[in-house]
Design a protein around this ligand. Structure first.
Ligand SMILES: [Zn+2]
Length: 455
């Protein structure tokens, strides 16, 4: 006889479900950390009480976790015109200093920071495959170990990197640790998928960009790795768009859409400089666009026209990308603020009669879940029990309606309004802090000091 599945029952005064706020929710979570039942207007008796409003965990579709090492350390203007390209040189130099063990420590700490910031799943776009001469499997499993130590659910996206520019230009010396053949990549992805089977982690793949991979190689990649998410940086920088036009007479998104079917496997990261036709192509496809507002602002990339994109039916998710900023509210806030500055309007990314916080949080979490092939994004039966509990005792939100509380998080708060974060039914953050951070703090501080002293 099969033993009965054991469950845990939670109760909260307000929860954001798929069709809006529900009161007095009783949420049943099974042993695998999945939501097995939700009752509304229910009693709290015998349940674990969650005090604040409960919202779905946010999905972080795009992270390069190693870049947390240089967060805030690229503020010195060393050349006439600092740009994405000068920042990239500083970042490459920093990566070159990390050992695989140090990457794992840094990643563990940074994943904990991201969880404190309301993210419960991260898409890790991982390209420093051969740090310190390591084998790619070693750095990749190090990231999975870091995710396990922090509680973060990961969709690991090993990067395919071959070239330094359009026309199959040879990689620069600093890019050589990122390079893999297709055979090596498919072997790595297959091995990692066996490794994560039965866990909260997934493994997809990430052809880095149309600069680093020739577009005509993509069909071969898609037939070698037939399922799972495919993420690609595209149209982030004006120089990339003009080089693409010079190389083949097309814009990057046009070029991509000519060679592959942009189905639901695809997540296009940035797409900042998409023109009207490219916006239409993406909006009509099943692909999600991954926007990284704080990193795009920091790197001076430009503004993606989100409002025009969603008006055509396009879907976006958010990412912490360089991990300069590690909380979801700040990304969502800047996403709307960018549109406000461009359009001279307010509350651009919601419709009449809607609260901005709820609309942003819901849209980004749902599209992000699809882009990472993770059963999250909303609180519903069959989805994983990933959620954020707001600090309902915080004076900014105490006693307010749930929508005003969520608007305050998105427009005026950050991690200070996050009380608890639960992933797969397990509490990872309490009182706004991840308890695993402190023991790792001295090692992180040492890495940062070493970096600045070798500058
Ligand atoms: Zn990126």
């Amino acid at each position: 006889m099969a033993s009965p599945v054991s469950t845990t029952i939670f109760h909260c005064p307000h929860a954001l479900l798929g069709d809006g706020w529900a009161r007095d929710c009783r949420i049943t979570v099974d042993d695998d950390g999945m939501i097995a039942g939700i009752e509304t207007d229910a009693q709290a008796a015998g349940a674990t009480r969650l005090q604040g409003p409960v919202i779905p965990g946010m999905v972080n579709v795009h992270s390069h976790i190693h870049q947390r090492l240089i967060a805030g350390l690229t503020g010195y203007r060393a050349v006439g015109a600092d740009s994405f390209w000068t920042w990239r040189e500083q970042m490459y130099r920093a990566v070159g200093l990390l050992s695989p063990d140090e990457l794992r420590t840094l990643a563990t700490f940074a994943f904990m920071e991201l969880i404190e910031g309301g993210y419960t799943v991260t898409g890790e776009f991982h390209y420093p495959h051969r740090l310190g001469g390591a084998e790619p499997v070693e750095t990749a499993t190090g990231l999975l170990e870091a995710a396990d130590a922090s509680g973060m659910a990961l969709t690991l996206l090993p990067v395919w990197y071959r070239y330094s520019g359009f026309g199959r230009r040879a990689p620069a010396d600093r890019q050589r640790p990122f390079v893999m053949t297709l055979d090596e990549l498919s072997g790595l992805v297959g091995g990692l998928r066996d490794h994560v089977a039965g866990s909260s982690h997934r493994v997809g793949v990430a052809p880095h960009s149309l600069r680093a991979v020739e577009v005509s190689d993509l069909p071969e990649l898609l037939s070698a790795i037939e399922s799972g998410p495919v993420h690609l940086h595209i149209s982030e920088q004006p120089a990339e768009v003009s080089e693409c036009r010079e190389h083949c007479g097309r814009t990057p998104i046009e070029l991509l859409a000519e060679h592959v079917d942009l189905d639901r496997r695809w997540c296009l990261i940035h797409a900042t400089h998409a023109d009207d036709e490219e916006l239409r192509v993406m909006a009509r496809s099943d692909a999600v666009v991954g926007l990284c507002p704080t990193t795009e602002a920091d790197l001076g990339d430009g503004l993606f026209p989100v409002r025009r994109f969603i008006d055509q039916g396009g879907r976006y998710a958010i990412g912490s990308d360089s991990n300069l900023v590690t909380d979801a509210a700040s990304e969502l806030r800047l996403l709307d603020w960018g549109q406000r500055l461009e359009l001279n309007r307010r509350n651009v990314l919601c419709d009449e009669g809607e609260h901005l916080g709820r609309r942003l949080w819901t849209d980004a979490a749902l599209a992000g879940a699809d882009a990472l092939d993770q059963p999250v994004g909303t609180l519903a039966v069959g989805r994983r029990a990933d959620w954020v509990v707001l600090d309902s005792g915080h004076p900014l939100i105490e006693g307010l309606d749930a929508d005003d509380q969520l608007d305050t998080l998105v427009l005026a708060g950050a991690r200070d309004l996050v009380d608890q974060v639960w992933i797969a039914g397990r509490k990872q953050v309490d009182g706004g802090r991840h308890p695993g951070r402190e023991p790792l703090a001295p090692a992180l501080a040492r890495l940062r000091r070493r970096l600045t002293r070798t500058a």
